[in-house]
Ligand binder design. Structure first.
Ligand code: SF4
Length: 339
């Protein structure tokens, strides 16, 4: 990516240019075990702990305009050491939770940058180069092509994301800065996770070992084995398996699990632990959302399980012959017994 400033690297340390910056600054991972690195290791560890708890690291500084030189080094290095620690643990749940939290952090910075005239082009370049999405600017609005929009918005259930509720003109959907970056959160998370997966692990210095062990302990908090009934339809089993692996199930997949299990008589308290492995798990938010879906809070509307057709359109259908032509997952297992 051309013309990237060092301040941008503090905000987006997952960009490939971060490695080049370190080389130019004479900072090398060969010196990882040096005692000077200990504060960086501690910062990296703290960064992971914050991220895996469902918070956003350094969130109080989104409005900060500039970082000084030492801060830039610290931000870039702590990110790199964090992904070394995560790769060393080889625990998918931790890597996923970290990636999603860092994606949300980057999302905030991108949103702020999109609102600033002098930074808007750089932000759009990140979106284009990392995710091949061309976004155009029209005054303070952003235009995304209809296919690119639909591909991403299909995973959101709130009515404001439905294409019929959007302003569309000449094949482009109009968005504000917040909506533009919200649409790419999942891809940002996947990109950061891919950086962890593809990392060539350097020899691990002794001074890192304790923190790797601490992370292994931390991960135990998130492992929750869920009972998957053979009576569940394939789409529901798939959603549960995705969560069990600590991967990110889209909002539409979570909505399916919640509505399906509620329709089978499970309570909010029984369903909530299912989401414990989700990278962005937050107990209070999860319960709040489940109560809203169940109709016990908010408008009192109890949401119904989406149809098979809707789930197919969201790439959430994993039909097997047992589905047997049903039109809603709640019918799974009933039709064959009572034709
Ligand atoms: S056909 Fe329906 S029940 Fe079967 S996997 Fe697809 S969405 Fe689920």
């Amino acid at each position: 990516m051309s013309q990237i400033g060092t301040h941008e690297l503090a905000k987006y340390p997952f960009l490939a240019e971060a490695g080049e910056y370190l080389r130019n600054a004479g900072l090398s991972l060969d010196h990882l075990g040096h005692s000077d690195w200990q504060p960086i290791v501690e910062k990296a560890y703290g960064r992971i702990v914050v991220a895996t708890s469902g918070q956003i690291y350094d969130s109080q500084r989104f409005e900060k305009i500039d970082y000084d030189a030492d801060e830039i080094d610290m931000e870039v290095l702590s990110f790199i050491v964090a992904i070394i620690l995560l790769k060393s643990t080889n625990i998918n749940t931790l890597a996923r939770r970290f990636s999603l939290s860092e994606a949300r952090r980057a999302e905030k910075h991108l949103e702020n940058d999109l609102k600033q005239n002098k930074k808007v082009n750089f932000s759009l370049k990140i979106i284009q180069e990392l995710f091949s999405i061309q976004v155009k600017v029209d005054n303070d609005e952003f235009l995304m092509s209809v296919p690119a929009y639909v591909q991403r918005a299909v995973h959101f259930h709130e009515k404001e994301w439905k294409l019929v509720n959007r302003r569309v003109s000449n094949g482009f959907v109009y968005l504000n800065a917040h909506e533009t970056v919200r649409l790419i959160r999942t891809e940002l998370g996947e990109y950061i996770n891919s950086r962890i997966k593809s990392l060539d692990l350097p020899p691990l210095p002794e001074s890192f070992v304790q923190r790797v062990n601490d992370l292994v302990e931390l991960a135990k908090k998130f492992s929750e084995t869920t009972y998957i009934s053979s009576e569940y339809p394939p789409c529901v089993k798939h959603g549960i398996e995705v969560l069990e692996k600590g991967e990110n199930l889209p909002h539409s997949g979570r909505f399916l699990l919640a509505t399906y299990l509620l329709s089978k008589g499970q309570t909010v308290d029984q369903i909530a632990p299912l989401f414990k492995n989700a990278p962005d798990y937050n107990e209070r938010t999860t319960k709040y959302q489940l109560e809203h879906i169940s109709g016990s809070s908010g408008s009192g509307t109890k949401y119904q399980c989406p149809s098979c057709e809707k789930l197919r359109s969201e790439s959430l259908c994993f039909a097997t012959p047992d589905c047997d032509g049903i039109i809603n997952p709640v019918q799974f297992g009933k039709k064959r017994k009572n034709p």
